[in-house]
Design a protein around this ligand. Structure first.
Ligand code: ATP
Ligand code: MG
Length: 283
């Protein structure tokens, strides 16, 4: 049995549960408790506030956790970062009122900076030889310059929309973050084996994201050109059709390149192109 701590409610909870669901680990969310047992996998889920997850893993009260790298950095918890999870992307940035000229890190000398991440900020300030007055506040950091509480802020940014609507501009990115899977040090062999099994499944799910399965009919004399457009995991599958001079070509493509590739394949004479959802990819 292995115990994983995930955020009880917030931006990371749905994606964390979805990943486990996709990996065939079922947790009864209707009867959600503080501690829940998964079905079909030797796993317990501990639902916590995200701030508490790194410490709970470091102390051994949970073996694993899914949490933002920003929280791991802020708590300074001594844990192993096992995987980037591919969701919850954001950054910790410094922002100042938009009408002020930014002159580099020295801008912050003697300034009041509001933040919920005093530890990450103070490391960045020392690394840049700047002395500033850190004001720790837990919520609504972005309104503090307008409210006269601070001269600048250090906060989580994703699209940047919140900064703009508060008359601020981002001037330094200090940490790029996403959700990470963390583990405590020194997992026993039995738990490590369960973790390896989970990772195998998580990797298959993550590997499939952003990819599509594509198949089409194509004249046999165009196959070699089509293969150049469609480099697959090893190489595309080509199967002869009953109709003379035609083949069926199967491959996996990145969703971001899908339409461009389809246009090029159509120009080569491809017909009956099907694009299918890809559930898992096991390398
Ligand atoms: P909790 O109640 O668990 O303490 P919270 O309010 O501290 O929740 P959320 O707002 O749910 O936290 O954010 C959880 C994590 O999601 C953040 O720590 C960060 O890693 C990530 N994240 C991604 N985009 C954003 C964003 N735009 N704003 C805030 N967090 C974001
Ligand atoms: Mg929190």
């Amino acid at each position: 049995m292995i115990r994983i701590a995930i955020q009880s409610k917030g931006r990371l909870s749905e994606d964390s549960l979805a990943l486990m669901r996709e990996a065939g680990i079922k947790i009864d969310e209707l009867k959600r408790k503080f501690l829940a047992r998964a079905a079909g996998f030797p796993l317990e889920v501990l639902y916590l506030r995200d701030d508490d997850i790194p410490g709970v893993v470091a102390s051994g009260s949970a073996d694993l956790g899914i949490v933002g790298l920003n929280e791991v950095a802020e708590t300074g918890a001594d844990v192993v970062v096992v995987r980037n999870m591919g969701f919850g992307a954001c950054r910790l940035s410094l922002a100042i009122p938009k009408d002020q000229e930014y002159t580099g890190p020295k801008f912050f000398e003697g300034k009041r900076i509001a933040t919920s991440y005093p530890n990450v900020l103070s490391r960045w300030l020392s690394a840049n030889g700047v002395k500033a007055d850190i004001r720790k506040i837990m919520g609504s950091v972005e309104i503090s310059p307008a409210a006269g509480i601070a001269d600048a802020i250090f906060d989580i940014v994703s699209s940047g929309g919140t900064l703009v609507s508060n008359g601020l501009k981002e001037v330094e990115t200090v940490l790029s973050s996403e959700a990470v899977l963390i583990a405590r040090h020194g997992l026993e062999a039995e738990k490590q084996a369960i973790l390896d099994k989970m990772l195998f499944r998580f990797d298959a799910v993550m590997e499939s994201s952003g990819k599509k399965y594509i198949l089409m009919n194509i004249p046999t004399d165009k196959v070699s050109e089509a293969v150049k457009i469609l480099p697959a995991m090893r190489s595309p599958t080509v199967m002869p059709l009953a109709a003379e001079g035609w083949c069926s070509l199967h491959s996996v493509v990145l969703e971001s390149e899908l339409w461009d590739k389809i246009e090029r394949l159509k120009a080569l004479g491809a017909e009956g192109i099907l694009v299918l959802h890809l559930d898992k990819v096991i390398d």
